[in-house]
Design a protein around this ligand. Sequence first.
Ligand code: UDP
Length: 317
Amino acid sequence: MVTGAAGFLGSHLCDALLAEGHSVLGIDNLITGKLRNLEHLKGESRFSFQEQDICSQFDPGRIDYIFDFASPASPVDYMEHGIETLQVGSIGVFNLLEVAKRWGATFFLASTSECYGDPLEHPQKESYWGHVNPVGPRSVYDESKRFAEAATTAYRRYHKVDVRIVRIFNTYGPRLQMNDGRVISNFMKQALRGDELTVYGDGSQTRSFCYVSDEVEGILELAWSKEQEPTNIGNPREFTILECAREVLAVTDSKSGIKFLSLPQDDPKQRRPDISKARALLGWEPKIDLRTGLRLSLDYFRTEVEAERAAAGSASR
Ligand code: UDP
Protein backbone atom coordinates (compact mmCIF):
# COMPACT_ATOMS: atom_id res chain seq x y z
CA MET A 1 0.00 0.00 0.00
CA VAL A 2 1.27 3.48 -0.87
CA THR A 3 -0.34 6.51 0.78
CA GLY A 4 0.07 9.85 -0.95
CA ALA A 5 -0.04 7.78 -4.14
CA ALA A 6 -1.31 10.64 -6.32
CA GLY A 7 1.52 12.94 -5.26
CA PHE A 8 4.76 13.60 -7.11
CA LEU A 9 6.95 11.12 -5.25
CA GLY A 10 4.15 8.69 -4.28
CA SER A 11 3.15 8.18 -7.92
CA HIS A 12 6.74 7.52 -9.00
CA LEU A 13 7.05 5.04 -6.14
CA CYS A 14 3.89 3.22 -7.31
CA ASP A 15 5.44 2.94 -10.79
CA ALA A 16 8.68 1.52 -9.40
CA LEU A 17 6.89 -1.02 -7.18
CA LEU A 18 4.73 -2.18 -10.07
CA ALA A 19 7.83 -2.47 -12.26
CA GLU A 20 9.33 -4.76 -9.60
CA GLY A 21 6.26 -6.99 -9.92
CA HIS A 22 4.34 -6.02 -6.76
CA SER A 23 0.62 -5.37 -6.46
CA VAL A 24 -0.09 -1.87 -5.19
CA LEU A 25 -3.05 -0.25 -3.47
CA GLY A 26 -2.71 3.52 -3.85
CA ILE A 27 -4.35 5.75 -1.24
CA ASP A 28 -4.77 9.53 -1.41
CA ASN A 29 -7.29 12.10 -0.20
CA LEU A 30 -6.31 14.33 -3.15
CA ILE A 31 -5.74 17.40 -0.98
CA THR A 32 -2.57 18.13 -2.96
CA GLY A 33 -2.19 14.94 -5.03
CA LYS A 34 -3.57 14.75 -8.57
CA LEU A 35 -5.30 11.73 -10.13
CA ARG A 36 -3.66 12.56 -13.44
CA ASN A 37 -0.37 11.36 -11.90
CA LEU A 38 -1.95 7.88 -11.85
CA GLU A 39 -3.82 8.06 -15.15
CA HIS A 40 -1.23 5.96 -16.95
CA LEU A 41 -1.96 3.11 -14.51
CA LYS A 42 -5.57 2.75 -15.64
CA GLY A 43 -5.95 -0.79 -16.88
CA GLU A 44 -2.99 -2.02 -14.82
CA SER A 45 -4.46 -5.05 -13.08
CA ARG A 46 -1.96 -5.01 -10.20
CA PHE A 47 -2.86 -1.42 -9.27
CA SER A 48 -5.96 -0.15 -7.51
CA PHE A 49 -6.76 3.25 -6.06
CA GLN A 50 -8.85 4.31 -3.10
CA GLU A 51 -9.69 7.91 -2.26
CA GLN A 52 -9.21 7.92 1.48
CA ASP A 53 -8.05 10.30 4.19
CA ILE A 54 -5.66 8.35 6.42
CA CYS A 55 -6.75 10.53 9.36
CA SER A 56 -9.98 8.51 9.35
CA GLN A 57 -9.51 4.94 10.48
CA PHE A 58 -9.73 2.34 7.73
CA ASP A 59 -8.71 -1.23 7.14
CA PRO A 60 -7.26 -2.01 3.72
CA GLY A 61 -7.30 -5.75 4.47
CA ARG A 62 -4.24 -7.97 4.40
CA ILE A 63 -1.20 -6.06 3.20
CA ASP A 64 2.48 -6.66 3.82
CA TYR A 65 4.03 -3.25 3.26
CA ILE A 66 2.89 0.33 3.93
CA PHE A 67 4.75 3.19 2.27
CA ASP A 68 3.50 6.35 3.97
CA PHE A 69 4.01 9.25 1.57
CA ALA A 70 0.84 11.12 2.57
CA SER A 71 1.45 14.78 3.40
CA PRO A 72 1.54 18.17 1.75
CA ALA A 73 5.30 18.56 1.22
CA SER A 74 6.12 21.90 -0.40
CA PRO A 75 6.27 25.02 1.80
CA VAL A 76 3.41 26.65 -0.13
CA ASP A 77 1.20 23.56 0.26
CA TYR A 78 1.90 22.81 3.90
CA MET A 79 1.50 26.42 4.92
CA GLU A 80 -1.88 26.53 3.16
CA HIS A 81 -2.92 23.24 4.78
CA GLY A 82 -1.16 23.64 8.14
CA ILE A 83 -3.66 21.82 10.35
CA GLU A 84 -4.09 18.95 7.88
CA THR A 85 -0.29 18.64 7.69
CA LEU A 86 -0.06 18.28 11.47
CA GLN A 87 -2.93 15.80 11.48
CA VAL A 88 -1.59 13.57 8.73
CA GLY A 89 1.78 13.24 10.48
CA SER A 90 0.17 12.40 13.82
CA ILE A 91 -3.37 10.93 13.61
CA GLY A 92 -2.71 9.60 10.10
CA VAL A 93 0.57 7.96 11.08
CA PHE A 94 -1.01 6.40 14.19
CA ASN A 95 -3.81 4.95 12.04
CA LEU A 96 -1.32 3.43 9.62
CA LEU A 97 0.88 2.09 12.41
CA GLU A 98 -2.20 0.35 13.82
CA VAL A 99 -2.85 -1.17 10.38
CA ALA A 100 0.80 -2.32 10.24
CA LYS A 101 0.49 -3.84 13.70
CA ARG A 102 -2.78 -5.59 12.84
CA TRP A 103 -1.48 -7.20 9.63
CA GLY A 104 2.17 -7.65 10.60
CA ALA A 105 3.13 -5.26 7.79
CA THR A 106 6.34 -3.26 7.51
CA PHE A 107 5.78 0.50 7.91
CA PHE A 108 7.95 2.80 5.81
CA LEU A 109 7.81 6.48 6.78
CA ALA A 110 8.67 9.16 4.25
CA SER A 111 10.35 11.68 6.51
CA THR A 112 12.33 14.71 5.50
CA SER A 113 15.47 16.78 5.76
CA GLU A 114 13.13 19.35 7.36
CA CYS A 115 13.70 17.39 10.58
CA TYR A 116 17.10 19.13 10.62
CA GLY A 117 15.43 22.58 10.40
CA ASP A 118 17.87 25.41 9.72
CA PRO A 119 20.86 23.19 10.49
CA LEU A 120 23.83 24.21 12.59
CA GLU A 121 25.72 21.11 11.46
CA HIS A 122 26.75 20.78 7.83
CA PRO A 123 26.37 18.47 5.96
CA GLN A 124 23.56 16.79 7.87
CA LYS A 125 24.20 13.32 9.27
CA GLU A 126 21.37 11.17 10.62
CA SER A 127 22.82 11.60 14.13
CA TYR A 128 22.15 15.38 14.06
CA TRP A 129 19.05 16.29 16.11
CA GLY A 130 18.23 19.43 14.20
CA HIS A 131 17.53 23.09 14.80
CA VAL A 132 13.80 23.64 14.40
CA ASN A 133 11.58 26.54 15.39
CA PRO A 134 8.54 24.81 16.94
CA VAL A 135 6.26 27.82 16.38
CA GLY A 136 7.56 29.19 13.06
CA PRO A 137 5.64 29.00 9.76
CA ARG A 138 7.43 25.79 8.72
CA SER A 139 6.77 24.08 12.05
CA VAL A 140 3.52 22.47 10.85
CA TYR A 141 5.59 20.29 8.54
CA ASP A 142 8.86 19.99 10.47
CA GLU A 143 7.25 19.05 13.77
CA SER A 144 4.68 16.82 12.10
CA LYS A 145 7.47 14.77 10.52
CA ARG A 146 9.55 14.79 13.71
CA PHE A 147 6.51 13.53 15.59
CA ALA A 148 5.89 10.91 12.88
CA GLU A 149 9.46 9.65 13.34
CA ALA A 150 8.88 9.45 17.10
CA ALA A 151 5.58 7.58 16.67
CA THR A 152 7.12 5.17 14.15
CA THR A 153 10.03 4.48 16.48
CA ALA A 154 7.66 4.00 19.44
CA TYR A 155 5.64 1.36 17.54
CA ARG A 156 8.89 -0.40 16.76
CA ARG A 157 9.99 -0.19 20.39
CA TYR A 158 6.71 -1.06 22.11
CA HIS A 159 4.88 -3.16 19.53
CA LYS A 160 7.80 -4.64 17.54
CA VAL A 161 6.44 -3.23 14.29
CA ASP A 162 9.05 -3.52 11.53
CA VAL A 163 9.79 0.05 10.37
CA ARG A 164 11.90 2.07 7.94
CA ILE A 165 12.42 5.84 8.04
CA VAL A 166 13.82 7.76 5.09
CA ARG A 167 14.84 11.41 5.33
CA ILE A 168 14.24 12.80 1.87
CA PHE A 169 16.08 15.87 0.61
CA ASN A 170 14.83 18.20 -2.16
CA THR A 171 13.65 15.98 -5.01
CA TYR A 172 12.54 17.06 -8.49
CA GLY A 173 11.51 15.66 -11.84
CA PRO A 174 8.45 15.15 -14.03
CA ARG A 175 5.07 15.42 -12.22
CA LEU A 176 6.39 18.06 -9.83
CA GLN A 177 3.33 20.21 -9.36
CA MET A 178 3.45 23.46 -11.29
CA ASN A 179 1.89 25.54 -8.54
CA ASP A 180 3.50 24.08 -5.47
CA GLY A 181 5.92 27.01 -5.19
CA ARG A 182 9.02 24.83 -5.05
CA VAL A 183 12.16 26.33 -6.43
CA ILE A 184 12.59 23.94 -9.39
CA SER A 185 8.96 24.14 -10.52
CA ASN A 186 8.92 27.93 -10.14
CA PHE A 187 12.19 28.47 -12.00
CA MET A 188 11.39 26.03 -14.83
CA LYS A 189 7.96 27.57 -15.31
CA GLN A 190 9.30 31.12 -15.21
CA ALA A 191 12.19 30.35 -17.59
CA LEU A 192 9.92 28.65 -20.13
CA ARG A 193 7.38 31.47 -19.98
CA GLY A 194 10.11 34.08 -20.39
CA ASP A 195 9.27 35.56 -16.98
CA GLU A 196 11.91 36.68 -14.50
CA LEU A 197 13.12 34.00 -12.10
CA THR A 198 12.16 34.83 -8.52
CA VAL A 199 15.17 34.32 -6.26
CA TYR A 200 14.31 34.75 -2.58
CA GLY A 201 16.89 36.63 -0.50
CA ASP A 202 20.26 37.03 -2.20
CA GLY A 203 20.16 33.44 -3.47
CA SER A 204 23.15 32.36 -1.37
CA GLN A 205 21.11 29.79 0.59
CA THR A 206 21.84 26.25 -0.57
CA ARG A 207 19.90 23.10 -1.41
CA SER A 208 20.97 19.71 -2.75
CA PHE A 209 18.67 18.41 -5.47
CA CYS A 210 18.02 14.74 -6.14
CA TYR A 211 16.46 13.53 -9.38
CA VAL A 212 13.33 11.50 -8.75
CA SER A 213 14.56 8.18 -10.22
CA ASP A 214 17.65 8.28 -7.97
CA GLU A 215 15.47 9.08 -4.96
CA VAL A 216 13.03 6.25 -5.64
CA GLU A 217 15.88 3.80 -6.19
CA GLY A 218 17.37 4.74 -2.80
CA ILE A 219 13.96 4.46 -1.15
CA LEU A 220 13.50 0.94 -2.47
CA GLU A 221 17.02 -0.11 -1.47
CA LEU A 222 16.19 1.07 2.05
CA ALA A 223 12.76 -0.58 1.99
CA TRP A 224 14.22 -3.99 1.16
CA SER A 225 17.03 -3.62 3.71
CA LYS A 226 16.65 -4.37 7.41
CA GLU A 227 17.60 -0.86 8.59
CA GLN A 228 15.11 0.55 11.12
CA GLU A 229 16.85 3.84 11.98
CA PRO A 230 16.42 7.06 9.93
CA THR A 231 18.48 7.12 6.73
CA ASN A 232 19.24 10.12 4.50
CA ILE A 233 18.49 9.64 0.82
CA GLY A 234 19.42 12.66 -1.29
CA ASN A 235 22.02 14.04 -3.63
CA PRO A 236 25.00 15.53 -1.77
CA ARG A 237 25.95 17.96 -4.55
CA GLU A 238 25.05 21.35 -3.09
CA PHE A 239 23.96 24.40 -5.09
CA THR A 240 23.22 27.95 -4.08
CA ILE A 241 19.77 29.00 -5.25
CA LEU A 242 21.43 31.48 -7.59
CA GLU A 243 23.48 28.64 -9.15
CA CYS A 244 20.28 26.65 -9.45
CA ALA A 245 18.65 29.57 -11.31
CA ARG A 246 21.61 29.65 -13.73
CA GLU A 247 21.34 25.89 -14.33
CA VAL A 248 17.65 26.30 -15.19
CA LEU A 249 18.39 29.19 -17.55
CA ALA A 250 21.07 27.11 -19.29
CA VAL A 251 18.91 24.00 -19.69
CA THR A 252 15.86 25.91 -20.92
CA ASP A 253 17.98 28.20 -23.09
CA SER A 254 15.93 31.06 -21.69
CA LYS A 255 16.64 34.77 -21.84
CA SER A 256 14.72 35.41 -18.61
CA GLY A 257 16.33 37.69 -16.05
CA ILE A 258 16.46 37.21 -12.30
CA LYS A 259 14.58 39.26 -9.73
CA PHE A 260 15.33 39.19 -6.02
CA LEU A 261 12.42 38.97 -3.57
CA SER A 262 12.45 38.86 0.20
CA LEU A 263 13.50 35.66 1.94
CA PRO A 264 10.65 33.79 3.67
CA GLN A 265 10.83 33.51 7.47
CA ASP A 266 12.92 30.57 8.81
CA ASP A 267 14.11 29.61 5.32
CA PRO A 268 16.98 27.18 5.97
CA LYS A 269 20.34 28.67 4.93
CA GLN A 270 21.94 25.41 3.90
CA ARG A 271 20.96 21.83 3.21
CA ARG A 272 23.17 18.94 2.16
CA PRO A 273 22.78 15.30 3.08
CA ASP A 274 25.66 13.27 4.38
CA ILE A 275 24.90 10.00 2.60
CA SER A 276 27.80 7.92 3.92
CA LYS A 277 25.33 5.70 5.75
CA ALA A 278 23.25 4.96 2.61
CA ARG A 279 26.44 4.39 0.61
CA ALA A 280 27.86 1.91 3.11
CA LEU A 281 24.63 0.19 4.08
CA LEU A 282 22.74 0.08 0.79
CA GLY A 283 25.48 0.56 -1.76
CA TRP A 284 23.27 3.37 -3.08
CA GLU A 285 24.47 6.56 -4.67
CA PRO A 286 22.66 9.10 -6.89
CA LYS A 287 23.75 9.04 -10.52
CA ILE A 288 22.00 11.98 -12.13
CA ASP A 289 23.46 15.47 -11.77
CA LEU A 290 21.29 18.59 -11.73
CA ARG A 291 21.94 19.60 -15.35
CA THR A 292 21.00 16.10 -16.60
CA GLY A 293 17.96 15.86 -14.32
CA LEU A 294 16.67 19.23 -15.48
CA ARG A 295 17.10 18.11 -19.09
CA LEU A 296 15.15 14.93 -18.32
CA SER A 297 12.37 17.09 -16.83
CA LEU A 298 12.24 19.62 -19.64
CA ASP A 299 9.56 17.94 -21.78
CA TYR A 300 7.25 17.66 -18.80
CA PHE A 301 7.57 21.34 -17.85
CA ARG A 302 7.29 22.44 -21.48
CA THR A 303 4.06 20.49 -21.93
CA GLU A 304 2.64 21.95 -18.72
CA VAL A 305 3.53 25.53 -19.67
CA GLU A 306 2.05 25.03 -23.15
CA ALA A 307 -1.15 23.58 -21.68
CA GLU A 308 -1.45 26.59 -19.36
CA ARG A 309 -0.92 28.93 -22.30
CA ALA A 310 -3.56 27.13 -24.38
CA ALA A 311 -6.03 27.20 -21.47
CA ALA A 312 -5.43 30.93 -20.90
CA GLY A 313 -5.87 31.55 -24.63
CA SER A 314 -9.19 29.71 -24.85
CA ALA A 315 -10.45 31.43 -21.66
CA SER A 316 -9.76 34.87 -23.10
CA ARG A 317 -11.47 34.06 -26.45
N1 UDP B 1 13.13 29.69 -3.57
C1 UDP B 1 13.44 30.77 -4.38
N2 UDP B 1 12.53 31.12 -5.33
C2 UDP B 1 11.37 30.45 -5.56
C3 UDP B 1 11.07 29.34 -4.73
C4 UDP B 1 11.98 28.98 -3.73
O1 UDP B 1 14.49 31.40 -4.23
O2 UDP B 1 10.61 30.83 -6.46
C5 UDP B 1 14.11 29.27 -2.54
C6 UDP B 1 13.53 29.13 -1.14
O3 UDP B 1 13.56 30.37 -0.46
C7 UDP B 1 14.46 28.12 -0.53
C8 UDP B 1 14.87 27.23 -1.71
O4 UDP B 1 14.59 27.99 -2.87
O5 UDP B 1 15.62 28.73 -0.03
C9 UDP B 1 14.12 25.91 -1.78
O6 UDP B 1 12.74 26.19 -1.65
P1 UDP B 1 11.63 25.08 -1.85
O7 UDP B 1 10.32 25.76 -1.62
O8 UDP B 1 11.80 24.40 -3.16
O9 UDP B 1 11.91 23.97 -0.73
P2 UDP B 1 12.52 23.95 0.76
O10 UDP B 1 13.85 23.31 0.59
O11 UDP B 1 12.64 25.34 1.29
O12 UDP B 1 11.54 23.14 1.53
